[in-house]
Design a binder for this molecule. Structure first.
Ligand code: M6R
Length: 605
């Protein structure tokens, strides 16, 4: 949940470190820092707050040095102040860290007993001080290797050494680390995106590996410190999508991009001429799949829950869903005929990656649905279905959610057809309907003014509720998640039928209640649940695809999405909820792209 960067070059590196840190800010943004080596001295600068604060410090007192490391933090141990900001340096080494050292308290006590003093409250400082101790008798690589053996937890590390002024050591356990190559310049970074403006040639460290880079070469070592070779990937050119362009926020840009995101995804998977879905080589023969288990966190979990309704509706396969942080600790019965599907935008979410590892250890077949195809989750799963959404920068996931839903729906259709759960006519009709989705999304986006009015209802609200039934229930959860993460307003997503089992007690005069009621088999039931809310003073904001439903005096606002087909309606119902969260956040002056306390990629448990 932090971002790290390291650059070894033949020219000063601080400007490029700052530029990369700006790109890494989506991983954490409560403090920032960098360290360079100048005249064999470690020159450290750090501050609380954003990278632009660090940039101001550098502007006043520039940092020279052709080798350096940088960090953006998402605090785990110790409050976000400049003391706890990374790098953490001794008189010998400087360290940046992403992850958590789980046994840091124990190590700290041992080091303190030897008279070693700590400056910060972080877990990272134990790494700095352990390496410093090892350096008394060892060379840098051995010192780091011996230190790693003492650490429990997950980490990606970048380390520079006062007396070995031409090297950076990188190490990875759990948290991701990429290596980039250029002429007389090499890099480590938490992801390829941070390196993209400098190189498109990338390798990835595998778990437990280390690397040493100088400006001229990079050497990799495995868990036994044996040299290994690495594959070099060439990244594709999609720099345009990493720019906000005419938009005020990345989130807005990503919302508006969704017709294209979904179209790209459909074009990748649908053969329009043959009217077929290009998904081949299921890791288990479709007829033999006993159960599908869908696993994810946050928004990705909400797409798993939506897909459960699709799989149940269209196929005869049993479906289970789980939150990755729960799945990884449950006592499960694995079955080699179950297909375990991991959904993750980043492909780096620690809990999802750990759940995948458990499946691999149990020799069951895994599939991942990811946005970042070179990610850990993608690389570790048997089968990958990319969502082709392009980079998503806003911390609140929008286009990736629609991309995940699109791929899950496509996969479900293909499975249903291959298993003969649906006939060819239904298959082709559903493919035809799917192709109408991008235009329908465009239509939803045109009604933004209506949403801006709705958003005003939330300015002085104490909280809000989102209600839906059937496949609108996960959309209610997603709407509530978006609103709470962006505007810090309490929001509950509930199956509308559950209201009278407790949550109805929360309804009071004027509480905004978003009722998601498409014209499906639940419609009348949801309307009855809505009446119960109206009777208790709830202020209804009504979202539907039902042309006949006219607004009445009890409904404060209404939003109508186009209708294509009931199965696809959840995707369209998401649009007004994303826009609502965006506009409420704007009205409340919240940082839309970087909500407080959050980070885009959750690489710690
Ligand atoms: O990268 P992932 O899809 O694995 O991330 C999972 C969640 O952390 C993520 O969806 C999170 O809930 C978003 N901030 C929601 O907008």
């Amino acid at each position: 949940m932090c971002g790290i960067i390291g650059i070894a070059s033949n020219k000063p590196v601080s400007v490029n470190i700052i530029n990369s840190l700006k790109k890494l800010e989506y991983r954490g943004y409560d403090s920032a820092g960098l360290a360079t080596l100048t005249d064999n001295n470690i020159n450290e600068k750090k501050c609380s707050g954003r990278v632009e604060e660090l940039e101001k410090i550098l502007f006043k007192t520039p940092s020279n040095g052709n080798i350096g490391i940088g960090h953006v933090r998402w605090a785990t141990h110790g409050v976000p102040n400049s003391l706890n900001a990374h790098p953490h340096s001794s008189d010998q080494v400087s360290v940046v860290h992403n992850g958590i050292i789980e046994n840091s308290d124990e190590i700290k006590k041992e080091l303190e007993a030897k008279g070693i003093k700590f400056k910060s409250q972080t877990d990272t400082e134990v790494v700095t001080l352990l390496i410093t101790e090892e350096l008394k008798n060892n060379k840098p690589l051995d010192s780091v290797f011996k230190t790693l053996k003492k650490l429990k937890g997950s980490f990606a590390l970048g380390i520079i050494f006062k007396n070995f002024a031409n090297i950076i050591i990188g190490a990875r356990r759990g948290s991701p680390l990429a290596v980039g190559y250029a002429k007389e310049e090499n890099y480590i970074g938490s992801d390829s995106y941070a390196l993209k403006s400098m190189t498109n040639k990338i390798s990835y460290l595998d778990d437990g590996e280390l690397c040493i880079l100088t400006k001229d070469e990079v050497n990799f070592y495995d868990t036994k410190l044996k040299k290994v070779n690495k594959k070099i990937f060439t990244l594709s050119e999609d720099e345009a999508s990493t720019d906000k362009g005419e938009y005020k926020h990345f989130m807005l840009k990503e919302i508006v991009e969704q017709p294209d995101t979904v179209k790209n995804c459909i074009d990748e998977y649908i053969d329009s001429i043959k009217k077929n879905i290009n998904i081949l080589n299921f890791p288990i023969e479709p007829q033999n799949i006993n159960k599908i288990v869908l696993i994810g966190c946050g928004t990705a979990y909400n797409s798993c829950l939506t897909a459960k309704y699709w799989f149940e509706e269209l196929t005869s396969i049993d479906v289970e869903i789980d939150i990755a942080s729960e799945f990884r600790y449950r006592k499960l019965k694995f079955n080699s005929n179950n297909l375990y599907i991991f959904v993750s935008q980043s492909g780096e979410t620690a809990d999802t990656a750990a759940a995948l590892d458990i499946c691999k250890k149990n020799n069951v077949k895994t599939c991942s649905i990811v946005n970042v195809i070179e990610s850990t989750i993608a690389r570790n799963s048997d089968w990958v279905l990319p969502i082709y959404a392009g980079i998503e920068i806003g911390v609140a996931s929008t286009k990736a959610f629609l991309g995940q839903l699109t791929v899950l729906y496509i996969m479900c259709l293909k499975l249903a057809f291959l298993r003969k759960d649906i006939n060819e006519d239904t298959y082709i009709k559903n493919i035809r309907n799917l192709k109408k989705l991008p235009d329908a999304i465009k239509k939803c986006l045109k009604s933004e003014n209506n949403i801006q009015l709705m958003a005003k209802e939330f300015i002085s609200a104490k909280g809000s509720m989102f209600l839906g039934r059937g496949s609108s229930y996960p959309i209610a959860l997603e709407g509530a998640l978006k609103l709470k993460e962006l505007s810090y307003l309490h929001a509950e997503g509930y199956p509308a039928g559950e209201m009278k089992h407790g949550p109805l007690a929360l309804i009071e005069e004027g509480l905004p209640v978003i009722v998601i009621a498409p014209k499906d088999k639940y419609f009348e039931k949801t309307i009855s649940n809505m009446q119960e809310v109206i009777a208790r003073g709830g202020k209804i904001l009504f979202i539907t695809d039902n042309k006949k439903e006219s607004l009445n005096e009890n409904i404060r606002f209404g939003f109508r999405v186009p209708h294509i087909d009931n199965l696809l309606t959840p995707i369209l119902l998401t649009l007004p909820l994303q826009m609502l969260a965006y506009h409420v956040a704007l009205l409340k002056n919240c940082d839309v792209d970087k909500p407080r306390n959050l980070a885009k990629s959750v690489t710690v448990e």
